[in-house]
Design a protein. Structure first.
Length: 122
C-alpha cells in the first residue's frame, strides 16, 4: 500500500510544502514495517540509493518539523513524511551496511513480525 491523496479531486499536497521536492518519492511513504521491507527487497540498489540520497539530506529538517506536531493528530501530509523517514531507516541498512537490498548470507531466511510495535502516548 502506498500513500495517495486523501481526495483525488483536491490539490492537497502529498507532503508538507517545505518537503515538496520529496514528493517524487511518495511511493516510499509506506505505513507498515513489513511493506517498507518488501519494497526494499523489490527495489534495485540504484533506486534505493536515489531515495536515500534525497531523503537523508532532509531527514534532520523533517524530524524537527514533525517534533513540532502532536503525534496522534498528525495531518495526512505529515504522516506520509513520517512514513518516508521510517522508509529511510529501512533503506539505510541496504545502502550503508549491506550494499544490497537483502541481508547478506541469510539465504532465504525471513523474519516476519506479526504486529507493529506498540506506541505509548508521551
Amino acid at each position: 500500500m502506498t500513500a495517495t491523496r486523501p481526495d483525488q479531486n483536491t490539490n492537497a499536497p502529498l507532503l508538507p510544502p517545505a518537503f515538496a521536492e520529496l514528493e517524487r518519492f511518495i511511493d516510499w511513504a509506506i505505513p507498515t514495517e513489513r511493506e517498507r521491507y518488501l519494497k526494499r527487497l523489490s527495489s534495485s540498489m540504484a533506486e534505493l540509493q536515489e531515495f536515500y540520497d534525497a531523503a537523508v539530506l532532509r531527514a534532520d529538517d523533517a524530524r524537527k518539523y514533525l517534533d513540532e506536531l502532536d503525534y496522534p493528530e498528525l495531518p495526512p501530509d505529515a504522516l506520509r513524511l513520517l512514513w518516508m523517514l521510517f522508509s529511510l531507516i529501512v533503506v539505510s541498512y541496504a545502502t550503508d551496511v549491506f550494499g544490497q537490498p537483502r541481508v547478506p548470507d541469510s539465504g532465504s531466511a525471513y523474519v516476519e513480525r506479526i504486529g507493529e510495535p506498540i506506541t505509548y502516548p508521551a
